[in-house]
Design a protein. Structure first.
Ligand SMILES: [Zn+2]
Ligand SMILES: [Zn+2]
Length: 371
């Protein structure tokens, strides 16, 4: 049996489709038939060569869901203990962590693993022509550090679980408490995820600051109490004033989540925060440059907690699953484009360009292995 992979030759290189023999899973392994794979900003960073340490050629795609095509001997349950069988829908958890390094075993921070790699991140650089990423018809889960979870949800909603793990991790890091007022900067996949995680994490009021209007409308449908359109309110001072106006005593938000990837959002977001609040940076997965802070006014005197959020691990996937399975949020409506393997390049161009493709605004795009 043959199956297709999409191989990216080099930064800014060509995406070419290659046909490989589909391997037989060995003991402890699994063969997954890709159902869809989310296209993420990180894929674009890798396409542009902006992610350090990445080896090319590479099969991209770290948000893959699929059905179990063939189970290797000994695989009976997912990593939450749910029994699995052939045909079940699963999320291939992309992150591969060694479990043994200082960060894994002592600090228990698997996303900081010193030996970390992942499906969609070329886990076998010596053999890149393999089913090692989500931009392919199959994913061969043959790395010894693999984890996965079974899902009972619509694929279009389930595929958003990976970005949702970043939102959940951010809420953990911010130590959100019931009754908190939260501001979220950005309404891409991470901003939307932070919104859902904040609501589930006990936020009383959530304000989303971003653009375009269509995404803000979606944010309101998901439960945002107020949205501020940065295309309409161009003045950062005014945006800060509007956010503070919604908070207790107009002191500022209890927590602010940066989900924009834009460095200048950081000082603005800190101004939206009350004294003693928490600022979480969750939108910078590549180096977009520096920004300046005033150590006295923004940090010391303001007495804030400033945290970074690096990805999500298997625990965040397991905790995000019931949210996806609950049907409480119409996540599937965030999918704007379903593209065949041949169109991976078009997806990259749309994100690097004006966020439009086929005459339609881009929200979340997915690559579909076999339409
Ligand atoms: Zn991603
Ligand atoms: Zn490790």
């Amino acid at each position: 049996m043959k199956g297709k992979i999409v191989l990216l030759s080099s930064p800014h290189g060509e995406f070419t489709i290659e046909e490989l023999t589909v391997p037989e899973p060995r003991r402890g392994e699994m063969l997954v038939k890709q159902v869809m794979c989310g296209v993420c900003g990180t894929d674009v960073h890798m396409y542009q060569g902006h992610l350090p340490g990445v080896k090319y050629p590479i099969v991209l795609g770290h948000e893959p869901i699929g059905t179990i095509e063939k189970l290797g001997e000994g695989v009976e349950a997912d990593h939450s203990g749910r029994p699995v069988g052939e045909g079940d829908l699963i999320y291939v958890i992309p992150g591969l962590n060694c479990g043994k390094c200082y960060f894994c075993s002592v600090l228990r921070e698997p996303t900081l693993c010193l030996n970390g790699t992942g499906y969609g991140f070329n886990p076998f650089p010596e053999n890149p022509r393999s089913f090692s990423g989500g931009y392919a018809e199959y994913i061969h889960m043959n790395h010894p550090w693999s984890t996965f979870i079974k899902l009972d949800a619509k694929p279009e909603a389930a595929v958003l679980l990976e970005p949702l793990t970043v939102g959940i991790h951010a809420v953990d890091r911010a130590g959100l408490r019931p009754g908190d007022t939260v501001a979220i900067q950005g309404c891409g996949a991470i901003g939307i995820s932070a919104l859902i995680a904040a609501r589930e994490g006990g936020a009383f009021k959530v304000i989303v600051v971003g653009a375009p209007e269509s995404r803000l409308r979606f944010a309101r449908e998901l439960g945002a109490d107020m949205t501020i359109n940065i295309e309409e309110v161009g003045d950062p001072d005014e945006r800060v004033r509007l956010v503070k106006g919604e908070t207790t005593g107009e002191y500022g938000a209890d927590a602010v989540f940066e989900c924009t990837g834009v460095p200048s959002a950081v000082p603005e977001g800190i101004r939206m925060l009350r004294r003693g609040g928490t600022y979480a940076v969750a939108g910078h997965f590549t180096d977009a440059g520096a920004t300046s802070l005033n150590p006295y006014a923004d940090l010391n005197n303001k007495h804030i907690t400033l945290v970074g959020v690096w990805g999500g691990d298997v625990a965040h996937f397991v905790r995000g699953r019931p949210i996806v399975e609950s049907w409480r949020y119409p996540l599937e409506r965030f999918i704007s484009h379903k593209l065949p393997l041949e169109r991976c390049g078009d997806a990259m161009e749309a994100i690097m360009g004006d966020y439009r493709l086929d005459g339609k605004e881009v929200n979340k795009m997915v690559i579909v292995g076999s339409p």
